[in-house]
Design a protein around this ligand. Sequence first.
Ligand code: APR
Length: 254
Amino acid sequence: MTEELAEVVRSASRVAVLTGAGISAESGVPTFREAQTGLWEQFSAEDLATPEAFHQAPALVWTWYRWRQALILQVDPNPGHTALARWQRQLGAAGGDLSITTQNVDDLHERAGAQVLAHLHGSIFDHRCAECSQLADLPEPDYDGLVLPPEPTDPPSCGECGGTLRPGVVWFGEMLPVDAFDSAAATIRSADLVVVAGTSGIVQPAASLPLLALERGTPLVEVNPEETDISDAMDYCLRGPSGTMLPALADAAL
Ligand code: APR
């Protein structure tokens, strides 16, 4: 990291962070645009993550999400998650603020001890009725998430109306939770540093959120081993894994 970036980080008291699947990659959660294996190799996540896919093949889509849920339950937060939690605590204690907005449906930020302002794409641990929207509590999946489930099984029925339960995530073509998006936009507009970690910057409207920082000339930092669709807008690019780069940023903030 350059001395210039270290100084920007040191002097920032209102930090807004946007995270994507890459921050959980080092915990063992595959990103969306990596190849799937086994039964799922013929389906891309994007083909499964739509209301149309669920309508056509509810068992397949339901089981894919339950498998991913089981996988997430078996992994732990990595140093990228814990660095953000530490930085958030440090800034909070000093009267500042670090807000985390994530596109991830996992709970690894929370398990690392951080507070998440907005889960833009919902939570994989929520289930709701596809017809009446009633939330439903379900037991944890009873299979090993590190081994692919053998057979797709039908989603359970809603206890209220008998409709079909669906994962509580936001699919392609669906609206993001308005409150979550608005609060994320507000923190980015009022930040004095914006950090974007582990996202390909492809999926809208989340990808456009960090670009709100351009309105006020707020410094933008990207943490990603690869160049992305939004790299050109960045002031600083840290090309490496978030499990290494985020601890370095949090250290620089001290
Ligand atoms: N550290 C940081 N970034 C990483 C790491 C790592 N260790 N490993 C991979 N990455 C980067 C990849 O280079 C890529 O740019 O993480 C990014 C992951 O991109 P996507 O899989 O597209 O994930 P994301 O941007 O979160 O996807 C957005 O798309 O499918 C939907 O709703 C889903 O929330 C998801 C949304």
